[in-house]
Ligand binder design. Structure first.
Ligand code: HEM
Length: 572
């Protein structure tokens, strides 16, 4: 067990205190002698001594704080080096050992892992206001890609912003202009056209005799095109685009991949801010990011200027950038150009990859479990028939599809630790002291595998969400029975792929439409199996942690067979 104040090993903590005291004591001694030889007056020297040594009391042994239990780390870095390549899994292991609330020291910051539904509710609902900030540790990325500088404290990205006028205004704009029912309906045609385009693209590959298709690419193109048409009225992912757009699309894709990669990168200086000046000097990452940030800024500046020239004021043809340009904040001012550029980019980062990865995991599970794929096809054929493709209006009539998607979200939340929350003031949680500015990791991956909630938690089985729930027997508790009613919209803390509360995902409605219809279309229109004679049980279902929790082996080579009559595809 580590020291109660910081969880380092007790001796390491004592040593660190002594090391911290040395320079102060030395400086104090030198100053004392200088001052005393100058004034030769005991009262003045004594007063100065008191002032000088006052801060030292901060380093003397303190009354132990009642922190939640947790592992000890190493001096300076704390538990950072032990989080490994899959921090969500390591944090889940810690929760098994120490309980659902675990304290971990992350460099200079206290960290907290929340790993059960009851405590997630406490953080996201009961104490939502206290925990709705974001940590101070995103600043390296934000400095380059969200126009952050330490003097201003403003981070022009919703995901990293602290509560305040910028975040309030942005969340309002997204809620009203992108995801309100009227706008969802308005963008319906875009979603339908992109779904049709994906099916046609897959069909043309199947017809050309290639039975193996790149499903990862098809899904990625769908999610990107839906987002880019809503946000900037452009379509970058298609074979039939003009050579000019192709160049622009290439630059867009290159920039986005880089920005996403850096966003998932743990910068040491963000956790040990004392190292920031040194790292800025020696780190090649910072130089590379600064270069890339210039290109990103130039790209989104062009988009912004194109929109300004077009001056689109007709609501029916407005995209999200038009809305951002015209919006007026609480202070009566228009948005800063930097904010418009950063939020435009963020829509792609937060909205497209997450949606694509979610669809890919669902399809992966259906490849891994062919019997469940067949069950879903049976439901689709029964409800929709075989003479037309699935539409958005069919979704409420497809309970098994809904169960498949919920089960996929349970096992594969693409943001397994959400975006870390932070508390602006010290508080108490479950009787423990939570220091201000802690990094709060709500581990939805671990909650989705909590055996006190879910029977056979590692097992993919949509039945647990379906009325014919075979996991229920006479021994089942009321809690287990109520699983059938659990949804992912932020009201059931057992299933939180989109988070919940003030910082919950504002894009949930759009994502939910795209994910449901894409899975329905892909499974209704095609039969999927593994390429290269691989058996389902040999499939690689491992994860790769990053900005999103992706498949370690994405679905680049999958067998695809058309399963509806030819005229259904032709009539789209
Ligand atoms: C299946 C797709 C998606 C999933 C699983 C997902 C999940 C999440 C999660 C877990 C969070 C963090 C919640 C928290 O920290 O409490 C989040 C935040 C966010 N999401 Fe999504 N998201 C998806 C799609 C989208 C879409 C389509 C958009 C764009 C319209 C979007 C925009 C955002 C933004 C801007 C934030 C930051 C909100 C804030 O910090 O206040 N997301 N999302």
């Amino acid at each position: 067990m580590g020291c109660k104040c910081c969880r380092w090993p007790v001796n390491a903590c004592r040593m660190a205190r002594m090391v911290k005291l040395l320079p102060l004591s030395f400086t104090g001694l030198v100053l004392f002698l200088t001052v005393h030889s100058f004034y030769n007056d005991a009262v003045i020297t004594g007063t100065l001594l008191l002032i000088l040594f006052f801060p030292v009391f901060g380093f003397l042994p303190r009354k132990p704080l009642n922190l939640p239990p947790g592992p000890s780390g190493i001096p300076v870095l704390g538990y950072l080096p032990f989080l490994g390549e899959k921090p969500h899994q390591e944090m889940a292991k810690l929760a098994k050992k120490y309980g659902p609330l675990v304290h971990i020291q992350l460099g200079s910051f206290p960290g907290l892992v929340v790993a059960n539904a009851r405590l997630a509710k406490e953080v996201l609902m009961t104490q939502d206001q206290v925990f709705s900030s974001r940590p101070d540790s995103f600043v390296t990325w934000a400095k380059h890609f969200a126009y952050y500088h330490e003097g201003s404290e403003v981070r022009y990205s919703m995901g990293t912003a602290k509560p305040g006028p910028f975040l309030r205004n942005m969340r309002r704009l997204v809620a009203v202009e992108l995801v309100a029912p009227k706008r969802i309906e308005h963008f319906k045609a875009i979603r339908r056209e992109e779904m049709d385009a994906m099916v046609q693209e897959l069909l043309s590959e199947v017809k050309s005799g290639k039975q193996i298709v790149d499903l990862n690419m098809a899904i990625g193109a769908l999610a990107m095109n839906v987002m880019s048409r809503m946000v900037i009225q452009k379509r970058y992912y298609a074979k039939d685009i003009s050579p000019e757009t192709k160049k622009e699309a290439y630059e867009f894709q290159r920039l986005l991949v880089t920005v996403l990669t850096w966003a998932g990168y743990p910068f040491l200086q963000d956790f040990v801010p004392g190292l920031r000046p040194l790292m800025s000097m020696i780190s090649s990452n910072e130089r590379e990011m600064a270069k890339m940030a210039k290109n990103t800024d130039a790209f989104f500046e062009t988009i912004l200027q194109e929109h300004r020239q077009r001056q689109n004021t007709v609501e029916s043809s407005q995209d999200f950038v038009d809305v951002l340009i015209q919006s007026v904040g609480d202070d009566g001012k228009r948005l800063d150009d930097k904010a418009i550029k950063a939020v435009t980019m963020e829509m792609f980062m937060a909205g497209a990859e997450t949606t694509a990865t979610t669809i890919e995991w669902a399809l992966a599970e259906l490849l891994h479990h062919p019997d469940i794929q067949t069950n879903l096809q049976t439901e689709l054929d029964t409800v929709i028939g075989t003479t037309r493709m699935a539409q958005e209006s069919d979704i409420p009539n497809l309970p098994y599809l809904h169960a498949v998607i919920r089960e996929s979200f349970r096992l594969h939340p693409v943001s397994p630790l959400m975006i870390p929350h932070s508390n602006s003031e010290a508080t108490e949680l479950d009787g423990y002291h939570i220091p201000a500015n802690s990094h709060i990791f709500i581990n939805s991956w671990a909650i989705g595998r909590d055996s006190s909630i879910w029977s056979s938690p590692e097992h993919f089985d949509p039945e647990r969400f379906h009325k014919s729930n075979k996991f229920l027997d006479s021994q089942s508790s009321e809690d287990q029975r109520s699983m059938v009613g659990i949804d992912y919209k932020g009201l059931s803390y057992e299933l939180l792929p989109f988070g919940s509360g003030r910082r919950g995902c504002p894009g949930m409605q759009i994502a939910s439409h795209v994910v449901s219809v894409a899975v329905a279309r892909l499974v209704h229109g095609f039969r999927w199996s593994l390429a290269d004679d691989r058996a389902p049980e040999d499939m690689d279902m491992e994860e790769r942690f990053g900005m999103n929790l992706q498949m370690r082996s994405p679905l680049h080579r999958v067998c695809c067979e058309k399963r509806l009559p030819e005229e259904v595809y032709l009539s789209m």
